[in-house]
Design a binder for this molecule. Structure first.
Ligand SMILES: *Cc1c(COP(=O)(O)O)cnc(C)c1O
Length: 385
């Protein structure tokens, strides 16, 4: 049956079937084209070369991700950071200005503060996720607004349509890093956002065994990223593309469980006497409650909490965990824990972290798909130990 004859499918179905390249042998699973180069094409068809991002295994994954995001096109790259740097350089040139959210992934901060200024692209941070703060940070040469769908580590949530409103009034492109949300919990393009990107290393791959990234949007914008990819060269290896595509088949199932685990663990921590506060997008007292109800379908697997102790004791709590492993990253089937002060926000000063709302003992949990009761027992033992 051709795609055209199928009834309009839901995300869970697209995750399994979209971009399943036809195979001459009838294989149910799309083969891996572990090839760098291909015959010169006949006629005016474009040259296929794996660095260009048009190897059939890359293309199959790109169609799957475009389908999940409701995008015209998607492009898959070698990592989340390759995606971010290549995408920003496709939008901005020397003399341009970026307005970014006050809290971002650590690598993104470094890119904006240390690398982009070297090629003449400057960044200012909006004071908050409030549209007025973005209007205030905007300059005549602002070319890009950049924020994360769910921020790290405090899990704040912007109203995408409100920020798009400010941006589009001034011809500014919007880029959302939706790694923490996944297409299951938010599809930014449906809110008018121009480009959405992911670290596919996290929920899309889902098994902590592959590095990759993806960006989706309209054809012209993705062609622009593809042009920069050809020379910057951060293309994804076909085998990595295969692993990401395999991971995505179970994305909807995994994220549904991670949404449940996030809510259950946050509820447990909120009631625990040795915890000052715990946050998750499902909490009734979340500062972005109204926005979340409109723009997120689920809270995701990340829970952040402040134990009532100093940083050394917080490290001991993490050490005492038995199922939840102490490691950076998120989005895999296995639960991980870490202190932002030692991982994502290590390069910040203690004072900057405290001012941003996450003092040094703050612990970030990236929950997997284990039974919620086992995760809660593990945390309970570690906190009481
Ligand atoms: C991990 C992460 C990145 C970087 O992705 P890599 O695949 O490690 O390069 C970017 N943004 C967010 C929100 C992330 O969590």
């Amino acid at each position: 049956m051709s795609d055209r004859e199928r009834p309009a499918p839901r995300l869970d179905t697209l995750a399994v079937h979209a971009g399943a390249a036809d195979d001459a042998h009838g294989s149910v699973v799309a083969p891996i084209y572990q090839a760098a180069t291909f015959d010169f094409p006949a006629g005016d068809r474009p040259l296929v070369y794996t660095r260009y991002g048009n190897n059939p295994t890359q293309v199959a994954l790109q169609s799957r991700i475009a389908a999940l995001e409701g995008a015209e096109e998607a492009l898959v790259l070698a990592s989340g950071m390759a995606t971010l740097s290549t995408t920003i350089l496709s939008v901005c040139e020397a003399g341009d200005h970026v307005v970014a959210a006050p809290s971002l992934y650590g690598g993104t901060h470094k890119l904006l503060e240390e690398d982009l200024p070297r090629v003449g692209v400057e960044t200012d941070y909006a004071r908050s996720l409030d549209p007025a703060a973005w209007e205030e940070a905007r300059r005549p040469n602002t070319r890009l607004f950049l924020w994360e769908a769910i921020t790290n580590p405090l899990l704040r949530v912007a109203d995408p349509a409100a920020l798009v409103g400010v941006a589009h009034e001034h011809g500014i492109t919007t880029l959302v890093d939706a790694t923490f949300a996944t297409p299951v919990n938010q599809r930014p393009l449906e809110h008018g956002v121009d480009l959405v990107m992911h670290s596919a290393t996290k929920y899309l791959g889902g098994h902590s065994d592959v590095i990759g990234g993806a960006v989706a949007g309209d054809r012209a914008r993705i062609e622009g990223v593809k042009r920069r990819l050809q020379t910057l060269g951060g293309s994804v290896d076909p085998h990595a593309a295969f692993l990401i595509g395999r991971g995505i088949k179970t994305l909807a199932l995994r994220v549904a469980r991670q949404n449940e685990n996030g809510a259950a663990v946050a509820e447990f921590l909120t009631r625990h006497p040795r915890v000052e506060w715990a946050t998750h997008p499902t909490r009734p007292d979340h500062p972005d409650r109204d926005v979340i109800d409109r723009v997120l379908a689920g809270g995701g697997g990340v829970v952040t909490f402040l134990p009532a102790c100093d940083r050394a004791d917080a490290e001991r709590i993490v050490d005492r965990l038995r199922w939840i492993r102490s490691a950076p990253s998120l989005g895999g089937v296995e639960s991980l824990a870490g202190l932002p002060a030692l991982t994502s926000h290590r390069s910040w000063t203690s004072a900057r972290r405290e001012e941003a709302g996450f003092p040094d003992p703050t612990i970030r949990l990236a929950l997997g798909i284990e039974a919620a009761d086992d995760l809660i027992d593990d945390l309970s033992r570690a906190l009481d130990g």
